[in-house]
Write a protein that binds this ligand. Structure first.
Ligand code: NDP
Ligand code: 2IT
Length: 450
């Protein structure tokens, strides 16, 4: 009898593409991982016989639902909601919710797949999931956003729970949306449990969660530079995005003595030659979180340059921190960054560098921190929010900052363990992929065929 085993990368990718037609972001994310896992399992037949990679890349469950809500003018709107529960081998499903018009099955499946490896790297007991909707919160009133969130949660509530699946924020889902979602869950179930993370401090949130992703991305950068005897101090830094992750990556980079010269949104980027200061950053936080305005207002307010419809990668820098969205650094943009003297990239966003971009950075052997390692700080503090909710305790802010710093160093160490190559170069992508894979795969082996 001929047994089916996963021995061949090409056969695996052909299967993946055939069974998930047209889902290009999902193919990309799986390829990025499989390229390292197949060589790693070549001499480990048990992972092949048990077809771990195939099982990891077929989500446990894909939930899709209609979301109907009434806007301020009395019109009925229909959006599509999703929750992808990718894998719960090492803990309850865990991962953010994204509200953005670009949301589709391919994007959420790539995010849920990545989340599985990222959550494993944190060392905490969390499986991988992602959810969201093609709803566009931009230009909507608070009441419209509330009605949408309530309608979304009315369906999602049946599929989540503090031991089952714990959603959180992502693009377009911040403290306001988490409040509305949590309020509706509580109303439907008559229970107060830690079913979401990223909650307000008044109702079970954790200190440090707001800052965690951005700070963690810069801590990872700091650890990579330290490994080479360098530091962020005095380095010029280009950041994309101006939302949650970008704001706190900017804050930590400034605190560590770097000079941040750009921020962006979907309309373009600002170039501030004098550098973003803490004071200017406070303006950005207010602009984005309260006024929900555009980054071009920064240029008007502080006399910086604004480049309409452009991304910031043409600005000369030592360090790039992509913190907006997937595939925002193309192969050509990666080449431009290198030509201008780039030494390190730490990905705050999920999969912001295209495959061509990654190959370009890796060929040049610069420091490249992939998202599943570099932005793991956010979900790590989410994991600690779950612990606090279970214990009905609130840990002190300083304690959480220490945990975040420690966890990012542990993630960095895992990348070194599996990614250090002959000659001392560290392939952080390989390290993160294998480091994330091992724990999940071994748990799956323990369960047998389920
Ligand atoms: P926010 O909604 O707070 O901010 C998103 C930012 O990215 C905004 O500046 C937005 O601009 C910009 N942006 C979004 N989509 C696009 C696009 N298609 N083209 C250009 N700009 C875009 O989200 P977050 O900061 O939370 O998320 C940013 C990234 O970080 C995402 O990849 C997310 O998955 C990842 N991430 C987030 C974590 C978290 O804890 N929040 C944890 C780990 C990763 P505009 O306002 O114009 O839309
Ligand atoms: O991509 C991510 O890691 C997040 N959006 C955060 C997930 C979480 O559960 O905190």
């Amino acid at each position: 009898m001929n047994k089916k085993t996963s021995t061949n990368f090409d056969i695996f990718m052909a299967w993946l593409i055939r069974t998930n037609p047209g889902q290009k972001e999902f193919h990309q994310a799986v390829r990025e991982v499989a390229e390292h896992i197949f060589p790693y399992i070549e001499d480990k037949p048990v992972y092949q016989e048990m077809r771990i990679m195939e099982r990891l890349s077929e989500p446990d469950r894909v939930i899709s639902f209609r979301v109907c809500w009434e806007d301020k003018d009395g019109n009925i709107n229909i959006n599509r909601g999703y929750r992808i529960q990718n894998n719960n081998a090492i803990g309850p499903y865990k991962g953010g919710v994204r509200f953005h018009p670009s949301v589709n099955l391919s994007i959420l499946k790539f995010l849920a797949f990545e989340q599985t490896f990222k959550n494993s790297l944190t060392g905490l007991p969390m499986g991988g999931a992602k959810g969201g909707s093609d709803f566009n919160p931009k230009g909507k009133t608070d009441r419209e956003v509330m009605r949408f969130c309530q309608a979304f949660m009315s369906e999602l509530a049946a599929h989540i729970g503090h031991d089952k699946d714990v959603p959180a924020g992502d693009i377009g889902v911040g403290p306001r949306e988490i409040g509305y979602l949590f309020g509706q869950y509580k109303r439907l179930t008559h229970e107060f449990t830690g079913v979401l993370t990223g909650k307000g401090m008044e109702y079970g949130g954790s200190h440090g969660r707001i800052e965690a992703t951005g700070y963690g991305t810069v801590y990872f950068l700091e650890d990579m530079l330290k490994h080479q005897g360098k530091s962020p101090k005095g380095k010029t830094c280009v950041i994309s995005g101006s939302g949650n992750v970008a704001q706190y990556a900017c804050e930590k980079a400034i605190q560590l003595g770097a000079k941040v010269v750009t921020l962006s949104d979907s309309n373009g980027f600002i170039y501030d030659k004098d550098g973003v200061t803490q004071e200017k950053l406070e303006f950005v936080k207010e602009l984005k979180e309260v006024k929900r305005g555009r980054i071009s207002d920064y240029a008007k307010k502080f006399g910086a340059e604004f480049y309409q419809g452009k991304r910031p990668w043409g600005v000369p820098c030592d360090i790039a921190l992509p913190c907006a969205t997937q595939n925002e650094i193309s192969g050509d943009e990666a080449k431009t960054l290198l030509k201008n003297g780039l030494i390190a990239v730490s990905e705050g966003a999920n999969m912001p560098t295209s495959l061509e971009g990654i190959r370009t950075f890796q060929k040049a052997k610069i420091l490249f921190a992939p998202s599943k390692a570099a932005n793991a700080g956010g979900v790590a503090i989410s994991g600690l929010e779950m612990s606090q909710n279970r214990a009905r305790l609130t840990w002190k802010a300083e304690e959480l900052q220490k945990h975040l710093r420690r966890i990012m160093t542990e993630v960095h160490s895992k990348c070194l363990k599996y990614g250090e190559e002959k000659g001392g170069h560290v392939n952080y992508l390989k390290g993160a992929n294998i480091g994330g894979f091992k724990k999940v795969a071994d748990a799956m082996l323990a369960y047998g065929v389920v």
